[in-house]
Design a protein around this ligand. Structure first.
Ligand code: SF4
Length: 137
C-alpha cells in the first residue's frame, strides 16, 4: 500500500486524532452555551415602585398647586383616588381624614379622569420647568 493511500485511509478513520482547532474557534467554543436541559430562570422579582419613583426628580411649584381638590371631598370619590394614584399621593390619615399633597405627582392625569367632574376642582400641568422629570435609570 502506498503512503498516499495510507494517508487517505487515516483521514477517514474515526479513531484518528483530530487536528487542533484554529485559535478563534477555541475562543468561540469557550463561551457559555445555552443548554436545552438548563434549569428555568427564577421568576423576575416584583417591581419596586418606590425604587423607580426615587429615580425621578421633582421641581415642586411651592407657589401654586397644579391640582386643587374640593374643600370637603366626598369619601367615596376620594377613596377612588387613594386606590388609583400611582404615586400614592391621596391617603386617609390616621383619623380617617383625606390627605393630599401634589408634590411627587407623576402628571399621569388618572385622578382627573376619575374625579375631574366631582372632587377635583382644578387639574393642570405644572408651570414650565416645574413638575416631574422622568429618569429611566
Ligand atoms: S396626576 Fe397621577 S400621579 Fe398626579 S395626583 Fe393624579 S393620579 Fe396621582
Amino acid at each position: 500500500m502506498s503512503d498516499a493511500l495510507r494517508e487517505g485511509d487515516s483521514k477517514g478513520d474515526p479513531q484518528a486524532t483530530p487536528q487542533a482547532a484554529p485559535r478563534d474557534a477555541c475562543a468561540v467554543s469557550a463561551a457559555p452555551q445555552a443548554s436545552p436541559q438548563a434549569a428555568p430562570q427564577a421568576s423576575p422579582s416584583p417591581v419596586n415602585v418606590d425604587a423607580w419613583l426615587a429615580i425621578d426628580r421633582y421641581e415642586v411649584d411651592e407657589e401654586q398647586a397644579h391640582i386643587v381638590l374640593a374643600a370637603d371631598p366626598a369619601h367615596e370619590e376620594f377613596a377612588k383616588l387613594v386606590r388609583l394614584c400611582p404615586a400614592a399621593l391621596y391617603r386617609f390619615n390616621e383619623e380617617g381624614r383625606p390627605s393630599f399633597d401634589y408634590a411627587g405627582c407623576l402628571e399621569c392625569g388618572s385622578c382627573r379622569i376619575a374625579c375631574g367632574d366631582t372632587i377635583i376642582q382644578q387639574w393642570r400641568y405644572p408651570a414650565a420647568s416645574k413638575g416631574v422629570q422622568y429618569r429611566f435609570g
